[in-house]
Ligand binder design. Structure first.
Ligand code: ADP
Length: 497
């Protein structure tokens, strides 16, 4: 018997695919459907998505999932939405048509706009107001680009006929037939035009980027009744919205200040809950809103590692040392001597080093270095790079932490997780359900629906395995100082790119 209104529907709008998932009141996934959509690369450095295709793909997955589970609107209490962050859509309010493709977070076309902002002295202001560094990654410069470059866009915007949104807003507007034009704090805090302490759009930055206020969505707490959307003929209420990384922090139940999650995917994303105070970083970490719940706003520090799992892909596809990513664990377990370091600075280094001129290198090779040592050193590089970020975060936030909560594809690697625990000297906790992003907004929507309280949500989270430090401290520190030495030698390698 399927119960009325006791399930949560999660819509996960990722960078390469969309997914629909249904969670029951015990926190168990009942099913999931996924569909990829097209990645559009019009020129070097440009990445776009078709916003209409994204919604069509999502609608197909939801309807297929409902059919498979034999459920409908009567079973769904609330909907949670999580999305790729920063990706920017502008559309015509009258026709509902996008003015241009969605410009994806990876897109670098607006680098010159950001250089100009820096030259005009905006860096400090941007950091203080938005918590961000001036970068083409965020939405602000992308909005300006569409208004400036797409024919007729600015005139239309000046008439009040254009709307902007990240993917969450685009979805809610389209599926509410124009009734909801909204976003949540976590998504707004990635636009580079939102004051994360005043919780409002920043007029000075809007002026600097020439963005009319009329195009902007209303921003709400992440846990909130956003309103009703229609999928096909069925109606649902949206009760939770958050950007993907912040959703994962919530899904890992990092509710207390000092709690941290690390996602080991292509890159690594570390987020630390810093409580109700925004902490500003000395090391180029980003300050962001984790989520809002009523009057309470929780902030986070965010740092990322550019190349993590991607280095394992390089072992597999570039060097052809392994057939599949999970094989890395077997070979690494056969490694002998320590002292080999792979620094995968393939495209420069991110936080806390920030050197776009660094390049990758292998150190400590001897005659007996073989495949297992290279593979182990590559896995270890994920743990060292994550430690680099975490050490900087701890200093920025002035907090000690007890546990690192992990997810993402490479978190399945036990050898890596054990080494991570040895390096950071803390417990590394891997949940049974590693769909943290989708879980995060499902929990938020469930809280809005009254299915659970925050405390009850914590009870829903089940641990698969906890890794505790085993290595002698001195040995771990000796290894880490070798890493720091290796890393230093990759800095400032190429002259110009
Ligand atoms: P993304 O969401 O960034 O695509 P995923 O969370 O799906 O990433 O994780 C995939 C990444 O993790 C790939 O880069 C892959 O090389 C790496 N990976 C997957 N499984 C393992 C494993 N068992 N050991 C090490 N790396 C792995």
């Amino acid at each position: 018997m399927k119960k009325d209104k006791s399930y949560i529907l999660t819509l996960d709008l990722g960078t390469t695919s969309v997914r629909a998932l249904v969670l029951d009141e015990n926190g168990t996934w009942l099913g999931m459907k996924q569909k990829e959509f097209q990645q559009i690369f019009p020129k070097k450095g440009r990445v776009e998505h078709d916003p209409v295709e994204i919604l069509q793909a999502l609608e197909t997955t939801v309807l297929a999932l409902f059919k498979e589970l034999e459920i409908g609107e009567e079973n769904i209490a609330q909907v949670g939405i999580t999305n790729q962050r920063e990706t920017t859509v502008l559309w015509n309010k009258g026709t509902g048509e996008p003015l241009y493709n969605a410009i994806v977070w990876q897109d670098k076309r607006t680098a010159a706009i950001c250089e100009k902002l820096k030259a005009d002295g905006w860096e400090e202001y941007v950091k203080k107001s938005t918590g961000l560094v001036v970068d083409a990654y965020f939405s602000g410069s992308k909005i300006k680009w569409i208004l400036d470059e797409v024919e007729g866009a600015r005139e239309l915007a000046e008439k009040g006929e254009v709307l902007f949104g990240t993917i969450d807003s685009w979805l809610m507007w389209k599926w509410s037939e124009g009734k909801i034009h909204a976003s949540d704090y976590s998504n707004a805090s990635r636009t580079m035009i939102f004051d994360i302490q005043k919780l409002d759009w920043d007029d000075e930055l809007l002026a600097a980027l020439d963005i009319p206020k009329t195009i902007l969505p209303k921003v709400h707490p992440s846990i909130h009744r956003f309103g009703e959307i229609k999928i096909g003929a069925a109606s649902f209420e949206v009760g939770g919205v958050a950007g993907d990384q912040q959703a994962a922090l919530f899904g890992q139940c990092c509710f207390e200040p000092g709690s941290v999650k690390n996602t080991y995917g292509t890159g690594c994303f570390l987020l630390m809950n810093t409580g109700e105070q925004a902490q500003f970083s000395k090391y180029g970490m980003i300050t962001t809103i984790a989520w809002g719940d009523g009057d309470q706003v929780i902030y986070a520090l965010e740092g990322s590692v550019f190349i993590a799992g991607a280095a394992v892909q390089w072992l597999r596809d570039g060097l052809k040392l392994i057939d599949s990513a999970p094989d890395s664990e077997y070979y690494a377990s056969k490694a002998g001597r320590d002292g080999v370091y792979v620094v995968p600075a393939f495209s420069g280094l991110g936080a806390p080093h920030w050197d776009m001129y660094a390049r990758g290198a292998i150190f400590g090779l001897t005659r007996d270095t073989g495949k297992p040592e290279l593979i182990r050193a590559t896995l270890e590089s994920m743990a060292y790079q994550s430690r680099d970020v975490l050490e900087a975060m701890k200093e920025d936030a002035n907090m000690e932490l007890k546990v690192l909560r992990v997810d993402g594809g490479a978190a399945a690697n036990d050898l890596l997780m054990q080494f991570q625990s040895d390096q950071m000297n803390i417990a590394v906790e891997r949940p049974l359900n590693v769909e943290s992003t989708a879980l995060g907004v499902a929990y938020m929507a469930g809280i809005t629906a009254g299915l659970w309280t925050m405390d009850e949500v914590k009870q829903l989270r089940k641990i698969d395995r906890t890794f505790l430090p085993e290595m002698e401290r001195e040995d771990a520190e000796t290894l880490y100082s070798g890493w720091k030495k290796a890393l230093k030698r990759t800095l400032n390698w190429v002259e110009d790119e």
